[in-house]
Design a protein around this ligand. Sequence first.
Ligand code: ADP
Ligand code: ASP
Ligand code: MG
Length: 442
Amino acid sequence: MLKVVKFGGSSLASGESFEKVKKIVNADPSRSIVVVSAPGKRFSGDNKVTDLLYICQAHIKYNASFDDIFDKIGERYREICHHCKLKQDIDAELEDIKSQFGKKTSVDYIVSRGEYLNAKLMAEYLGYTFVDSASWLVFNYNGKVNFEKSYENLARIYEVTPKIVLPGFYGAMPDGSIKVFSRGGSDITGAIAAAAVNADTYENWTDVSGIMTADPRIVENPRPIENVTFAELRELSYMGAEVLHEETVFPVRQKNIPLYIKNTNDMNARGTLIMESFDEDESEKQTHFITGISGKKNYSIFTIAKSRMNDEPGYIRKTLEIFENFGVAIEHIPSSIDSFSVVVSSQLVEKCMHDIISRITEELKPDNIKITNEISLIAIVGRKLAFNIGIAGKIFTALGENNINIRMIEQGADEINIIIGVDDKDFKKAIRVLYNLSEVEK
Ligand code: ADP
Ligand code: ASP
Ligand code: MG
């Protein structure tokens, strides 16, 4: 049995949290590969070390002194060393990194040092071997991960070093320079490591007991989801459930490795299990039709009407091409016989709104074109939705009873999601109403 375990910044913010991590790792001898983030926030209003490193870099870029910020960063690691009674010469490490900052001003190198140092400390604390991710996780020249080579590299290292700590978030370009993922990217490092060694499980430890049915900042005490499929997770995270970095899924899904989200502060809580599919026994246990709800604000809907549109082949395609020419990605295209709507992010369309309208008017001569702004999209996701006849009606009723106007509704072709559009002002209320519906709809 082999488990790759990743701890996020919130699980590694202080010496005290290091202790919890050690307890978790030691509780199961199969937790042999540990991936760590940089120290995160200890309390609300605190700084993440990665944020401080970005500020450091900005100072270096403008030739301003970065001593004060660097001291703050140093303090975080010194506290961990002191609390965990580590023998490492942390001052020498910090000094070494600081002198590099004077020479190498690449943003990626600078911000990667948060995970680098944290991994070194964690390795000593656990009695594991530190392996620099620049030595195995490699990118191609185009900036995409070279999966094949990274898998090969780590598998070879693991053969001779069975207990390792890896820094998350970064790897190396073909010329050896450091490259980081986008923010939150340590999740991806963990997934790549799990795929490289064909782990039995990838455990992602964070500060919540799994993915919640709805955003905990909107719904009070939402229920954690027990089982979710990769496809459902993709829908939920695309629409704003930001527990895992979006790109985490690919490597583990490809190798069919089960992924758990678990809580460092409550190690015995079951957490959420994410798999390709669940057998009937497991599915039976999931009594709720709705797996989860997530949503995002600030969309615009273009509704284009033209009678006998059907007689003009290519009408919709030509309209979409206009959006494409302006580089505006399209989220949804709900349609009826004589009209259709194009839903796009308001932020993307803001600057070219008038140009798009005039081109559609000139080239396609619609009877009418209407723009609705300040729309929120909410995804109601569930692999069992297709089996619940009339769920769309229940959604309409529940929202209607709460005076929430539905501006759009669309069901995905694979029937695992229903997307509804409501006014931004109704966003939170709608999420709460749908959450209550998900609790009773069994
Ligand atoms: P880490 O530091 O472990 O990487 P993150 O901050 O990236 O943790 O992710 C965990 C956070 O995601 C939670 O603290 C929570 O505030 C937020 N979150 C947003 N949506 C959800 C959801 N549907 N379920 C659980 N957590 C969510
Ligand atoms: N430390 C990085 C960040 O704050 C990466 C991560 O935590 O996953 O974005
Ligand atoms: Mg994260």
